[in-house]
Design a binder for this molecule. Structure first.
Ligand code: HMG
Length: 380
């Protein structure tokens, strides 16, 4: 029997705190137009002290998993470049918190912002050869560049979860065209919490690899890996005669402009932005996708939208997550990210009781002697 493979269910999570770029510009005494016009960003999500890559991934995955899915999930691929352990996979924590079954392969996949695409393609291959089985792909990242760095205006955090199955109800995933090249545009060695970045080289390498992988194919919609919104404009121009309309590009950028860079998930946040914010029916349409991960690797592929995508996507949940966030001041932003850095450098950390976790089911309760303890609450 002929069957197709791709994304059957999909969700997105971001934290409850956000800083407006005008507030960041005020704090840094910077022209706000550099942020809002130059890089095209409106806001960026900020990680709270009681959340990390595990809790964000669990929130996104918890939205989409049903009791019937659990017995069929035989692989979990956790794509991140913000992991806190060089040995144990972040997926092991998620596997336990989501009560997945024990005979399940669990791996953390890393290649900068490309890992989620590599994981998605590997998940599709797995389902092609095991068509009754399912693979859970999650991407979860905290884009932290450090205070007063040029990358500070391109931060953010969030997670995307995708359930990969046969006969998918959101979209079919095509095999892609890949190009890899060893470049030192952006990397984070083990001695550093912040990446080492050559911003201009990273933009040039991104566009070079897009040029090398792109196919002469016209799409009505295109989603790009989007570290900041005007990177999508630069990428679209690279498509030349095949570039999409500015109206469609704005729809593809809409969610990312308000969330910031979520590294691995940012391409998939753009796909969600199109699927949720385009009022016209996209069933049976092909959408072009370009994934880029510094270091560097790129892949050009496409997805074909299924007829049932609108019924399957929890559009209101995703939109509400972006709208409900609490705006924080520049001073609160510095304090929250300082806490994040302190937490990630500590073998012991206790959540301060004055901060009440809001809207989250999964919480990082404490770090004790290096062990991380999480709890799931049913109240929020
Ligand atoms: P910068 O070099 O300080 O900024 O940092 P700039 O001076 O180049 O300005 C940025 C844009 O704003 C320019 O426009 C300016 O003209 C404009 P462009 O030339 O690009 O069209 N501008 C203004 N516009 C209006 N009013 C003003 C004003 N001032 C300037 N007053 C940079 C920018 C993105 C390099 C920096 O933030 C950075 O290093 N970010 C991190 C790296 C990055 O995001 N690279 C993108 C490609 S690599 C990638 O996507 C992979 C990644 O996600 C990591 C991974 O794979 O894991 C990053």
């Amino acid at each position: 029997m002929k069957y197709t493979v791709g994304i059957d269910k999909m969700s997105f999570y971001t934290t409850n705190y956000v800083i407006d770029m005008s507030e960041l510009a005020r704090g840094r005494d910077m022209d706000v137009n550099k942020c809002k016009t130059g890089i095209g960003q409106e806001k960026m999500s900020i990680i709270s002290p009681y959340e990390d890559v595990i809790t964000m991934a669990c929130e996104a995955a918890n939205d989409i998993l049903s009791e019937e899915d659990i017995p069929d999930i035989e692989m979990v691929l956790f794509a991140t470049e913000s992991g806190f352990d060089f040995s144990k996979s972040s997926g092991i924590y998620l596997h336990k918190l989501l009560h997945l079954k024990p005979n399940c392969r669990v791996l953390e996949i890393k290649q900068a912002c490309y890992a989620a695409t590599g994981a998605l393609q590997m998940a599709c291959d797995f389902v092609r050869s095991n068509n009754n089985k399912k693979c859970l792909v999650v991407s979860s990242d905290i884009a932290w560049y450090g205070f007063k760095t040029s990358g500070e205006i391109t931060q953010g955090c969030g997670a995307v979860a995708m359930l990969v199955t046969s006969n998918p109800r959101i979209c079919k995933v095509s095999q892609g065209h890949v190009f890899v090249n060893n470049v030192n545009d952006f990397y984070r060695p083990s001695y550093s919490h912040e990446p080492i970045v050559n911003g201009k080289l990273s933009i040039k390498t991104y566009l070079d690899i897009l040029n090398k992988t792109m196919q002469k194919q016209k799409f009505s919609y295109f989603c790009f890996h989007m570290p900041f919104a005007t990177m999508s404009d630069k990428a679209n121009k690279t498509l030349g005669d095949n570039q999409i309309s500015q109206e469609h590009l704005e729809i593809a950028k809409q969610f990312g402009k308000y969330v910031g860079n979520i590294y691995n998930g940012s391409l998939y946040l753009s796909l969600l932005s199109v699927l949720i914010n385009e009022p016209k029916d996209l069933s049976k349409q092909d959408i072009g996708m370009f994934s880029y991960g510094s270091g560097s690797i790129g892949e050009f592929f496409s997805v074909t939208i299924s007829e049932s995508y609108k019924e399957i996507l929890q559009s209101d949940v995703i939109k509400h997550r972006i709208e409900r966030r609490k705006e924080i001041s520049f001073e609160e932003y510095e304090s929250m990210l300082s806490t994040f850095v302190e937490r990630e450098s500590s073998s012991n950390f206790m959540l301060e009781s004055s901060l009440t976790p809001k809207y989250c089911k999964f919480i990082l309760e404490k770090i004790e002697n290096g062990h991380r303890y999480y709890k799931k609450s049913n109240e929020n």
